[in-house]
Design a binder for this molecule. Structure first.
Ligand SMILES: [Zn+2]
Length: 277
């Protein structure tokens, strides 16, 4: 946190930089986003209707039956979502470009001139076992962000949590039950269970995703061009999806304390209290 504050301070000092204004606008846009109002929502799909009429009250009923979510409002009304935009872009500047930005800016050369496009990657999660990632691209920043968030909500999936660390063996779901590897392009990432209190030992953007998914302690090992953040993030998604795909022997559900669905909040409270004591 301290480092982030320092960076912000630096940005303020650099007020004369050409893209400082632009960045300020982006930051405002990020803040201005509020939870959508669901009272005016008119469901277009059967599943949406069921959710609106409270026939379905648990997102795990949808995900366990692999029903397709086509409306982002479904996820909004079933989960308390937190969202974040991941830094996949880079500001223009001297000496190899500036700091990381939320929007990646690309250009197409045409007869009329350059046509810029903005793309961004959003992550949504309930910090309780559900996570979704979405990529959005448009001619301007706002629609790109809207697309990304919409797609992130629609493509939400659940993960398995547990404690597979041989150093810990505490049988509470604060980490992951076993190591998994994910791949996208040249990037390979291995997520490994870590003992309690270790924290998220990974790249900052990956840590954002893991935090939104509800994992507290993890070790990671990577290979390949991890500076390509889009591939890096997709590799992480691949790894997280493998947590559920992997077949587990029934007896290991107990020994590794595997939790598939979301943990009720009361239990969560107990857990944090125990941690403090
Ligand atoms: Zn543990």
């Amino acid at each position: 946190m301290a480092r982030r504050k320092k960076q912000e301070g630096k940005e303020k000092k650099k007020g004369a930089a050409p893209d400082a204004k632009e960045r300020a606008v982006v930051r405002q846009e990020k803040k201005a986003f509020q939870a959508p109002d669901l009272s005016n929502w008119k469901p277009k799909t059967e599943l949406g209707r069921k959710v609106k009429e409270r026939e379905i009250v648990d997102i795990d009923d949808i995900l366990n039956n692999s029903l397709r979510i086509l409306e982002p409002e479904i996820v909004d009304s079933l989960l308390e979502l937190k969202q974040d935009l991941l830094l996949i872009g880079q500001s223009k500047g001297k000496f190899g470009g500036g700091s990381r930005r939320v929007f990646r800016q690309t250009q197409k050369k045409t007869r009329e001139g350059n046509k810029p496009k903005f793309s961004t990657l959003a992550a949504v999660g309930d910090k309780n076992g559900h996570i979704g990632l979405g990529f959005g691209k448009a001619k301007e920043t706002v629609p790109a962000r809207e697309k990304a968030i919409r797609r992130a909500k629609v493509s939400i999936f659940k993960i398995r949590r547990g404690c597979g660390s041989w150093q810990c063996g505490c049988r509470t779901p604060h980490s992951i039950p076993f190591a998994v590897t994910g791949k996208c392009g040249s990037v390979e990432i291995k997520l490994m269970p870590a003992p309690k209190g270790k924290g998220l030992c990974s790249d900052k953007e990956i840590a954002k995703i893991l935090e939104l998914a509800g994992i507290k302690d993890i070790w990671t090992k990577t290979r390949g061009q991890t500076k390509n953040k889009i591939n890096f993030i997709y590799a992480c998604e691949d790894a997280l999806r493998k947590l559920v795909k992997t077949k587990v022997h029934p007896e290991h559900f107990k020994t590794l304390a595997i939790v598939e669905n979301s943990i009720p909040l009361e239990q969560e409270q107990d857990r944090t209290d125990e941690g403090k004591a």
